[in-house]
Design a protein around this ligand. Sequence first.
Ligand SMILES: *Cc1c(COP(=O)(O)O)cnc(C)c1O
Length: 390
Amino acid sequence: MTLAIHGGAPVRTAPWPAWPPPVDPAQRELVTEVLESGLWGATQGGSVVADLTAAFARRSGVRHGVAVANATLGLFAALRGLGVGKGDEVIVPAYTFVASATAVLLAGATPVIADVDPVDLHLSPDAVRAALTGRTAALMPVHLAGSPAAMDALNDLATRHGLAVVEDAAQAHGATYKDRPVGGLGDAGVYSFQASKAMTAGEGGLIVCRDESAYERVWSVCNLGRALGGQWYGHPSVGWNLRLTELQAAVLLPWLDRLDDEIDRRNTFCAALGHELAAVPEVAVVPATEGTTRDSRHLLMLRLDAGVDRAFLLEAMAAEGVPLDAGYPPLGTMSALIGEGARVESCPVTAEAAGTVVWVRQSMLMEDPAAAADIAQAFAKVLRHTGIAN
Ligand SMILES: *Cc1c(COP(=O)(O)O)cnc(C)c1O
């Protein structure tokens, strides 16, 4: 069988589902209602941002939330609201999106880039322990791919050393750890509604907070330093306008009603793909962290055997009609972060994983589970050709 990249017939010609999924009638109705009301901003008396915020807080098992322009700023506001700033260190995983670290820089603190667990690729509690110093002020576990980080061990460390915990839940709307929603497990949790995320309004973010006083400070950071319930032109602290709009919230609020169905759909696809991939020994599904009770499957991470030429594989898979992503380079290799003072711990696991992992996108996971066979078949075809599989 000739590879499609060499002119053969591709395994799959059908397109994969687009992202975002089609607009539903409830979204259309609410967006139109807000549009016609003229109450587009978050400070004009509209109620959709408040409803969205309350719904997310409730779903996260906490009392408070603040909707923001995006999750990068949300992480910044959460850190700042929790008192993290100049002279402080915040431990972030080396295998994550760059914003986890740049949010720390924005808060004036130092990102400390620590290695991930060799099995589940989330922030390693052992690496955190090794990275602690007298200046460590916070941990930022990232619920990568919609799969929860090892929150019990990380929260234990935080409690023992008096650290704040800001969960980067940008990819994990609806995920649970030991039956508790992520985002509500630390002092604050931050979701993203950027275009690639599991719920999107093009851009957007939302912070949930457990503690009332933390909430008041985070709210103030996002509202120009105002005091909650205080005077409009009174600014007792320094803050910024980081607000989400009512129009964005109108896209998002109805989405919450179908989020769980979409997560179920992606989980069904992942189960089918895991089953199909049993026949392709060079490709392994990266397992969820122990304690995961619901993986929200923002992406599926697959790990290739060390000998596989990933760059060739990705090109050949795309030609077969199965486009995959190479994922993140290690944060510690980004000279821009080092130039701003980030401290890089030894990260051998991330170095290895960043070269061997590939991602199956969320839009593909929304496809009929029968299509999982196409992915496995394309892997088998390409790997057999390269002589790694037989
Ligand atoms: C997308 C993402 C962010 C940033 O979210 P924005 O809303 O785009 O600012 C932060 N962390 C992770 C892990 C992300 O995937």
